[in-house]
Write a protein that binds this ligand. Structure first.
Ligand code: UDP
Ligand code: MG
Length: 325
């Protein structure tokens, strides 16, 4: 199958026990439908035999309307890199990014596809969580983060959007054309624009395995998003410096006037030490912050590939080379 109406891009990191159930669910969801569908698993350098499962599934696949393909990356590059690899290799007219763990059911992906097909004015259908899976402080922090990112970057970022979305080829081409090394998909999708329909869904429980996203990973992901899409922190540091300098000037004037006009000395050992410590700290923070941006420029300037492919497989036997290439 050279052509597909829809490609499901499935990043999979240590998802061995989810590969077959995923394909089973998809097959059930496709019953009675006419579309040519391609499933593209991107094995993100896992160590649990996910790739073996994908190869076995592709080799034994017998449903001609669905092509099962797979890419195996040379190591774990992270979900963002896996998604890019998938988008670059997909052949479908429409694409869907969907997790391998069945938290995002294939049947919902097809509903989103139908909605996109019925909405010619739109180019993307983005699922958002109607009920947050992560409750408590992490959920609240996450909502606050998306509001902050939206206002810092001036982009329209859907607060509860996930990477789960269905979009036309024009959107995929736009995403792939962005050469950045540090990729933050929610920001990339917001940046490229196109008309996006939100689609509410309730995520299921993870079928097998465990999530790789702890609090630390989420925090560093959030930081990545801010630094990748906004230079507002640099401006904030600049503004802070200006305010401090202005305050220092006022203090200087007050001290001089008090000494000259009123003859009052201002003793202030504690004040001086506190101020030195405070501004020493503030300067290090500012340098560190600038460093974050410089480091990203440095990494980007090396122009290393975002991912490397180790192996490919396809149920229709013609490899998994990139779409039109
Ligand atoms: N994933 C990946 N590379 C990674 C981490 C995760 O491709 O380094 C995939 C994973 O296999 C899953 C999806 O990204 O299909 C979402 O990951 P996970 O379920 O751990 O995240 P959560 O659902 O908790 O946000
Ligand atoms: Mg998950």
């Amino acid at each position: 199958m050279k052509h597909a109406d829809l490609t499901l891009v499935v990043p999979a990191y240590n998802e061995r026990d989810n590969v077959r159930p995923f394909l089973g669910e998809l097959r059930r969801a496709l019953e009675g439908r006419q579309e040519a569908v391609e499933v593209l698993f991107v094995d993100d350098g896992g160590s649990d035999g996910t790739w073996g499962e994908v190869v076995a599934a592709a080799r034994s696949w017998d449903d001609r309307r669905v092509a099962v393909r797979g890419l195996s990356l040379s190591r774990n590059f992270g979900k963002e890199a896996a998604m890019l690899a998938g988008l670059e290799a997909a052949r479908g007219d429409c694409l869907c990014i969907i997790d391998a763990d069945l938290q995002q059911p294939p049947a919902v992906a097809l509903k989103m596809y139908d909605l996109l097909m019925a909405s010619p004015d739109y180019d993307c259908v983005a699922a958002f969580q109607r009920e947050r899976r992560r409750g408590g402080p992490t959920g609240a922090l996450s909502s606050a983060f998306y509001r902050l990112l939206g206002s810092a970057s001036g982009m329209e970022v859907l607060p509860d959007a996930s990477d789960f979305r269905v979009f036309r080829r024009c959107v995929a081409d736009a995403i792939v054309s962005m050469p950045e090394y540090h990729r933050f998909s929610k920001g990339l999708f917001a940046w490229v624009g196109f008309r996006t329909l939100p689609f509410p869904y309730v995520p299921e429980e993870r079928r097998a395995g465990s999530s790789t996203w702890g609090f630390r990973a989420l925090a560093s992901y959030a930081w990545e998003g801010i630094v990748s899409f906004s230079t507002a922190p640099l401006r904030a540091v600049l503004a802070f410096g200006v305010v401090c300098a202005a305050l220092a000037l006022v203090m200087l004037l007050v001290t001089v006037v008090k000494r000259v006009a009123l003859g009052v000395d201002t003793p202030g050992y504690a004040t001086i030490v506190t101020l030195i410590l405070f501004f020493g700290g503030a300067q290090l923070v500012a340098i560190g912050l600038v460093g974050e941006y410089v480091a990203r420029t440095y990494v980007q300037s090396k122009r290393r590939p975002v991912y490397l492919v180790r192996d490919r497989v396809s149920s229709d036997g013609d490899g998994a080379e990139g779409g039109e290439a």
